[in-house]
Design a protein around this ligand. Sequence first.
Ligand code: 6YU
Length: 509
Amino acid sequence: MEVADGARPRVLVVGAGLAGLGAAQRLSSSRAFPHLRLLESTGRAGGRVCSQRFGSEVVEMGAHWIHGPSKENPVFQLASDYGLLDEEAMSEENQQIEVGGHPLLPAVFYSSAGRVLSPELVEGVRNLFSTLLDQTREFLHVPQVSVPSVGEYLRKEIAQQVKEWTDDDETKWLKLAVLNTYFKLECCVSGTHSMDHVALGPFGEYAMLPGLDCTFPGGYGGLPDCMLTSLPKESVLFHKPVTVVRWGGSYREESQEGRTFPVQVECEDGERFLADHVIITVPLGFLKEHHETFIDPPLPPRKADAIRQLGFGTNNKIFLEFEQPFWPPDCQLIEVVWEDESPLVEAGTDLQASWFRKLIVFLVLQPPERYGHVLCGFIAGKESEYMETLSDAAVLTALTDVIRRLTGNPHLAPPKKVMRSQWHSAPYTRGSYSYVAVGSSGDDIDALAQPLPEDAADPRPQQVLFAGEATHRTFYSTTHGALLSGWREADRLLSLYDTSESHQHKPRL
Ligand code: 6YU
């Protein structure tokens, strides 16, 4: 029997990042959901996928790589289908490379003493750190862990190892300083202020896919752009920040006497939308700040606790363009070692005096013929949030001083241009990505992903559904985790209406 259009379910999706676009794309390809609206607070699609112009080239302010670009990675598959990747990225060989999340690029280590460190010394330390880091992933099913965090575990092991080092004191200190750089690098990977905040037990739950991380030659933003164009034009509304999602109600259009809807979504401009279902894909950072007022009636305690306990930190990028490179021609990564630092010694807390010490890695954007001489620095944590409060000029001056110190060249010309991301200040993001913080576990991720009403005995269909990278138990913090979470919630609705399309994984292109 044909269902009249007016009787078909109305669905709202809040947020046009990859999770929201993925959900909308999958639902819009089903005839069961002709009444679909996507409400996005900002003026663009993509969320934390954000390609921007830097001079004549496009750079990534948010997501940079497809992590693990291979068959199981839906972002890789979708980007390949749209023709957004180059041949090398799509080659079978590339897809089979296993890098364990840390691709090795030709790197140079500059130290705060104005010297380049020996590759042999650095390699030995890198192997030690990566062995210890591998060990931290082995506690997943261990009932009692000896220390709560990844950082404490690493430090405890390092303190043991140091006792057996036979090097002279200077070499020992230098090795510790290099280790400290790896701690800071790991803060960027996990999007946290300190590895002491990252829970040890669940750390191994994050899953890595095979494939050598790749980038989008035309910009990551091509992916959300393509997804957006596949949606009915009138279904996407920009500049529509949602202020409150009311559920469990009985709402009726003012002008109509027709049926009632359980969900009412109100936007900052006062406009209201009624629906049978809403899929919320706003970042965990936004939920941390607003969940008490954003959802009415408020979230059940288990879900609110999950929001409070899971981690959501800051990782920013700073792009610097130089007239001339100060690095060697084959160098693709510049790493910074502060010789007076050690993971076994508490770091200073004066952000104003030392924020720039947290920036320990610069990617050299490739190829130089295309980008010129552009570095992309990564900086995580409170120092990164402090950096957001400074002017471009202050950031440029501080980093010029750092680079002059590293190269031992007090006359090195300053970068001619600077641009940085400010994800912590972004009101609809409030940070960069999620991690499993001390005191939380993968169960919190699942609790966050649980739709409302939660009670399986409740006869009402699920009204409020949750997607977004922070709701994916094994791929949290990634674009593929975000996309999969959007598909998951779309499939939940498709199966609710028992459409035969629920398990078709091919979105409409
Ligand atoms: C990846 C990478 N990558 C660098 C940096 C950042 C991130 N990630 P969105 O936020 O996209 O969408 C939500 C939308 O909702 C948004 O448009 C809002 O405006 C809107 N909204 C909010 N409030 C609203 C309201 N009230 N009303 C209406 N709309 C509202 N991922 O795969 N590769 O290289 C990086 C990186 C600087 C900031 C990244 C990377 C993370 C991804 O960008 C991110 O997960 C997804 O884009 C999120 O999509 P979404 O739809 O969920 O939200 C062991 C272990 C370790 C674990 N970590 C491993 C490392 C993995 C992370 N790697 C990061 C590295 C970089 C460089």
